[in-house]
Design a protein around this ligand. Structure first.
Ligand code: NA7
Length: 550
C-alpha cells in the first residue's frame, strides 16, 4: 500500500489521537484513559513501542541522563520494581523498560503500530480533527496530541553522489534492527555530535579502519559509566521522592543541583580542583560546577580551557589533538556530549581524523568520500549527522488548522507557539515537549511528565466547563516567542552558530532558538500561573456562549 492509498474503512471516532508511542505517548494514553475516561488511540510508524529508543540502535546508543532519573516518576510501584543495570541506560534496556510500561499498564490495546500519520486536518464544521494514515484508516478526534519526540526526524545531508556509493550507508537514527557487522571493514563516520561521540569508540573496536569526518570539533566529558550496585539502586529507590523534588525544581530536570557559586570567584587552583573532581566523577554534572558557565563568557572560558587541555593531554598525535581541541563555540552552547573513550580512540593507529573545515566533502563516489584533498576508500558510511530537531517530525505530517492553515505556513518564519504546548490556529492540538518548551535542555522524562499532566488537566478543565476548544492566542504566542528569545539571549547558547537548537543544521530552516532556555522550574511556574489565571493567553470556546479570549 502506498502513502496515497484511499481509505478502506469508515472513520473511527475517538476522543483523542496521540501520535507516537514513546515516553510521551505512553503516559498520555494512560492519563487520558484512566484519569479522564477518554477513548484514545496512539498511532506510531514503528513496529514496536519506544519512540526514539525504538529507532536509535547504533553501536554505543545510550542515554546521557543517569538511569535513576531517566524514568517515569508518576508510579511508586513502577519505580520500586524496575532495576537499572548501569549508571547510564543503554538503548536495549530503555526499550525493555518502555515495553514493560506498555504491558504493566495494559496500554497495547489502544496502540496501533506500523501506522504512519499522513495528515491531520481540523474541521471547523464539527470541531473534529480528521486524521489519515498510510494504512488507509481515517480517525476523527476532538483532541490531536503529538508525542513525536524532539529528535526523531533523521537529518541525512544531501551530498552529491550518495546514490552512487557502492558500499552500505546508515543513519544512526534509523539503524537496522539486525545490527551491522563492521568487522574487517573500512568505515567512514560523518558527525561528531553526541551520537558520533558515542558511536565512534564502538565502531573503532570493530572496523579494520575508521575515518572520522569532523566538521565541528566538540567538547566531551567522560561519562564514567559503570554497573550500578545494589547499594546505589536501593538508595535511589528509597530517595525517589527527594530525586523527584530535585528534578522538578531545578533548571534542567536532572537529579542534581547546579552549584551556587561563580567560576571567577574561585582562585585558579580551587576552580581547577573543582573541574578535576567533576571530570573524575563524569557526566553532565560537569556543567553544574558553577552557576554562570552558560551566562558569563569568561566563566565559560575557564571550563572550555580545562576541557581543551584534557583533550590535548589525551590525544598523542599533536595534529589530531589540535583538530579535536580547536572548538569554535562556548562549552555547552551546543548539546554537551559525554563519552566513553572518545578522545582515546584517536590514539589507535587505524583511526584517522579528517578536518572538514580545512578540506570539505566534495562528493560521495562509488568508492567512498571525496574531500577537497583526497578520496577516502570506504566499505561503509555512518551518518551521525543528527536530526531535523523539534519541528521536523511535526512538519512531516500534513497538519492543517483553521481555514486550512498548514503548519508549514504557520511556521514559515519559525515555530510560533505558546508555551511549546499549542500553536495559534490549531484548536485542541497539543504538542508534548514541542518547540518553545524546555524539552531538550532538560532531562526528558520529567519534562514529558509535566507536559502530559498539564495537557490532561487542561482537557479535564475543558470538559468540566463545557468548553469545546482551546487555542493559543496569536499575540500570547508572539509574546512567548519573544520570551524564549530573550531567555536565550541571557545565555551563551545562541553563540553556537551551527547548533540544532537554532535549526542551523538543516539548510533552509528558519534560524530561531527553539527550546525555552529559562529553566524547568521557571517554566513550570509560568505554566501554573497561566492556569491559575484561567488559561491566560489561550482562547476557550463555549459552544453556546461563543469565544472567550483570555
Ligand atoms: P548533532 O548534535 O546534530 O550532531 C551532528 C553532527 O553531524 C555534527 O557534528 C555536525 O557537524 C555533523 N554534520 C551534520 N551535517 C553534516 C554535513 N553535511 N557534513 C559534515 N558534518 C555534518 O546530532 P547527534 O545525533 O549527535 O545528537 C543529537 C541529539 O540526539 C543529542 O544531543 C542527544 O540529545 C541525542 P556541525 O556541528 O553541524 O558542524
Amino acid at each position: 500500500m502506498n502513502e496515497s492509498t484511499p481509505p478502506l474503512t469508515s472513520p473511527i471516532s475517538v476522543d483523542a489521537i496521540v501520535v507516537g508511542a514513546g515516553f510521551s505517548g505512553l503516559y498520555q494514553l494512560l492519563l487520558l484513559r484512566e484519569k479522564l475516561g477518554l477513548t484514545v488511540k496512539v498511532l506510531d510508524t514503528a513496529q514496536g513501542v519506544g519512540g526514539t529508543w525504538y529507532w536509535n540502535r547504533y553501536p554505543g546508543a545510550r542515554c546521557d541522563s543517569e538511569s535513576h532519573s531517566y524514568a517515569y516518576y508518576f508510579s511508586k510501584e513502577l519505580l520500586a520494581e524496575w532495576e537499572w543495570s548501569e549508571r547510564y541506560p543503554q538503548q536495549p534496556e530503555i526499550l525493555r523498560y518502555l515495553n514493560h510500561v506498555a504491558d504493566r499498564f495494559d496500554l497495547r490495546t489502544d496502540i496501533t503500530l506500523g501506522t504512519k500519520v499522513l495528515s491531520a486536518h481540523y474541521s471547523e464544521e464539527n470541531n473534529l480533527w480528521h486524521i489519515t494514515t498510510n494504512r488507509g484508516q481515517i480517525y476523527t478526534a476532538t483532541y490531536f496530541i503529538t508525542g513525536v519526540g524532539c529528535l526523531s526526524s533523521a537529518n541525512i545531508p544531501s551530498i552529491e553522489g550518495l546514490d552512487s556509493f557502492s558500499g552500505q550507508w546508515f543513519h544512526t537514527g534509523e539503524w537496522p534492527h539486525e545490527g551491522v557487522d563492521f568487522t574487517g571493514k573500512k568505515v567512514g563516520v560523518i558527525g561528531t555530535g553526541s551520537t558520533g561521540i558515542q558511536a565512534i569508540p564502538m565502531l573503532a573496536e570493530q572496523a579494520k579502519h575508521l575515518t572520522v569526518f569532523q566538521r565541528t570539533a566538540n567538547y566531551s566529558i567522560p561519562a564514567r559509566n559503570k554497573p550500578l550496585d545494589d547499594t546505589f539502586r536501593r538508595f535511589a529507590k528509597e530517595n525517589a521522592q527527594y530525586f523527584r523534588e530535585v528534578m522538578t525544581t531545578n533548571t534542567n530536570a536532572h537529579p542534581f543541583r547546579i552549584a551556587d557559586r561563580l567560576a571567577l570567584d574561585c582562585s585558579d587552583e580551587e576552580r581547577n580542583q573543582i573541574y578535576e573532581d567533576a571530570w573524575l566523577k563524569g557526566g553532565l554534572q560537569f556543567r553544574a560546577t558553577f552557576k554562570d558557565l552558560l551566562q558569563n563568557p569568561q566563566a565559560n572560558q575557564t571550563a572550555a580551557d580545562f576541557i581543551r587541555n584534557k583533550i590535548r593531554q589525551t590525544v598523542i598525535d599533536p595534529v589530531k589533538a589540535e583538530q579535536l581541541s580547536n572548538i569554535d563555540h562556548p562549552f555547552a552552547a551546543k548539546r554537551p556530549p559525554i563519552d566513553s573513550g572518545y578522545f582515546e580512540t584517536f590514539n589507535a593507529s587505524h583511526v584517522d581524523l579528517v578536518n572538514l573545515r580545512e578540506t570539505p566533502i566534495e562528493c560521495i563516489t562509488p568508492q567512498g568520500i571525496k574531500t577537497s584533498a583526497a578520496e577516502f576508500k570506504l566499505d561503509m558510511i555512518v551518518f551521525a549527522t543528527g536530526f531535523d530537531a523539534m519541528t521536523g517530525s511535526l512538519l512531516k505530517m500534513d497538519i492543517r488548522g483553521r481555514n486550512g492553515l498548514t503548519l508549514e505556513n504557520a511556521w514559515h518564519a519559525g515555530p510560533l507557539n505558546y508555551l511549546g504546548l499549542q500553536v495559534p490556529g490549531f484548536p485542541n492540538m497539543f504538542t508534548i515537549t514541542g518547540p518553545g518548551s524546555p524539552s531538550v535542555l532538560c532531562n526528558m522524562p520529567p519534562a514529558i511528565e509535566h507536559h502530559v499532566e498539564w495537557i490532561t488537566h487542561c482537557i479535564a478543565y475543558l470538559r468540566q466547563n463545557q468548553y469545546n476548544t482551546i487555542e493559543a492566542n496569536q499575540q500570547a504566542s508572539e509574546d512567548w516567542m519573544a520570551t524564549v528569545n530573550a531567555a536565550a539571549n541571557e545565555t551563551l547558547l545562541p553563540q553556537a552558530k551551527h547548533s540544532w537548537y537554532l535549526g542551523a543544521n538543516v539548510p533552509g530552516k528558519p534560524r530561531v532558538f527553539m527550546p525555552y532556555p529559562g529553566g524547568f522550574l521557571r517554566y513550570r511556574n509560568i505554566c501554573e500561573e497561566i492556569v491559575s489565571k484561567g488559561y491566560a493567553g489561550f482562547m476557550l470556546e463555549h459552544e453556546s456562549l461563543g469565544q472567550t479570549d483570555k
